[in-house]
Write a protein that binds this ligand. Structure first.
Ligand code: SF4
Length: 418
């Protein structure tokens, strides 16, 4: 009997279910469970064969299935401010209540935190370690105020990777197997490369990729980057998208036209994925890329800890405003963008504070229109569907006007060339 080949979406769903089920089984069997930040050097944990879950991933899943309010409320009852990132509040509330109808993770035995995504995680993860009285491994990756990543920062992070290895050896009672670590680093590079290749296919016009799909696949680039299953998933996704691109097939199943191509800056509004997607689609707007594809494209020389330190301190959130602006302007040019939708995410101040300046440079240097809407990744109280729709309509009007102007200019230049 021939085996039916899974689509990448089916494989994605299977892998995520297995990821959470394996963690719950591991805990039941008495194996230690690690809670880790989303862009931490997972290679060290994978090489030590530890079971890892990612609180941000879990909070996003809980948020998308609309189960976040009870956890947010529990954390706020403990005194955590409404101004703290809602991933943190969901997770700290979950650590209290320990059950969600949406998705479950086992309680941790070890906390593993890398500050390369933001400073919030430092105190959040420290508090979780304190609450459960368990060890904390902190990798402090400093921000780069200069355009390039500084050598001092790289050496500093490399030292901490070595220290993290020593602490993991203490925790597990086993020595790090450096051959195994090199293998995991190779797999992680390969997975990241397929993730980038797949998301880069959105440069095609029309884009075969609907950016909201990218939001769905993000969960697995977080939790399976160091595993062969992750490589297979993103390779399969790439092949599907390549076939669509070769056939000039656009992003939507119903064949609707991709009239406008935009960048979505910031995290998704997980509780409102449906409305945010539908309002864009009904206006023919496709989100073709965001700052995310690069965030998990972490590439280095396998076996080289210093190069790995450089890669983890090089991500978008660790770079100064000039780098962030150049990065977005580059994406806008490469992906032939008509407009940018900035999500001013109440949770994520580190991302938000750059948006106004990036918006100014986008207008000044490329004449690309943009709008900002207010929202939050998991706290449902911040987002207003009416405000979002009005901002999208304003963006569509500006993009339409720009298109008309370009067509007029093209017609005039064609006439004058005769
Ligand atoms: S503040 Fe932003 S980067 Fe930090 S955990 Fe929250 S969402 Fe992630």
């Amino acid at each position: 009997m021939s085996e039916t080949k899974l689509t990448s979406k089916e494989l994605l769903s299977q892998l995520l279910q297995a990821h959470y089920a394996e963690a719950i089984t591991a805990k039941a069997e008495g194996k230690p469970v690690v809670w880790s930040t989303s862009i931490a050097p997972q290679e060290l944990l994978e090489a030590m064969d530890l079971t890892v879950v990612y609180p941000e991933n879990h909070a996003a899943a809980v948020g998308a299935r609309k189960d976040a309010p009870q956890f947010i409320s529990s954390a706020e009852t403990d005194g955590y401010s409404v101004d703290i990132c809602s991933y943190a509040r969901v997770n700290m509330g979950y650590a209290n209540l320990q059950f969600s109808e949406a998705e479950n993770i086992p309680m941790p035995d070890l906390i593993y935190c890398c500050s390369n995504i933001c400073c919030t995680v430092i105190k959040w993860y420290e508090n979780i370690a304190k609450k459960f009285n368990i060890p904390l491994i902190m990798i402090d990756a400093p921000f780069n105020p200069s355009y390039e990543v500084t050598e001092d920062n790289v050496i500093f992070v490399e030292g901490q990777l070595k220290d993290a290895i020593a602490k993991l050896e203490d925790f597990t009672g086993r020595k790090m197997d450096y051959d195994r670590l090199k293998d995991v680093m190779e797999i992680s590079n390969e997975t990241a490369t397929w993730w980038k290749k797949a998301t880069d296919l959105a440069v095609n016009v029309p884009s075969p990729l609907n950016g909201f799909d990218m939001f769905n696949y993000m969960a697995t680039i977080v939790c399976l980057r160091g595993r062969k299953a992750g490589t297979q998933l993103f390779k399969l996704w790439y092949e599907e998208l390549k076939e669509k691109a070769d056939g000039s097939i656009g992003p939507w199943k119903d064949g609707a036209e991709e009239k406008y191509r935009i960048i979505w800056d910031g995290i998704a509004c997980w509780p409102y994925l449906g409305p945010t997607y539908k309002i864009l689609k009904k206006n023919g707007v496709n989100m073709v890329t965001s700052t995310y594809p690069e965030s998990w494209t972490i590439l280095y020389e396998p076996g080289d800890l210093r190069d790995m330190a450089r890669a983890y301190d090089s991500i978008y959130t660790q770079r100064n405003i000039d780098y962030a602006a150049d990065r977005l302007l580059n994406l806008a040019t490469t992906f032939q963008i008509d407009g940018v939708l900035f999500h001013s995410n109440r949770s994520c101040k580190g991302m938000d504070f750059k948006q106004f300046e990036i918006q100014r440079r986008l207008t000044r240097e490329l004449g690309i229109p943009s709008v900002i809407f207010d929202g939050d990744q998991t706290d449902p109280n911040i987002f207003s569907e009416a405000q979002y729709e009005t901002r999208v309509q304003a963006l569509v009007e500006m993009m339409a006007e720009n298109k008309k102007r370009k067509e007029r200019e093209f017609d005039e230049s064609s006439r004058t060339s005769y």
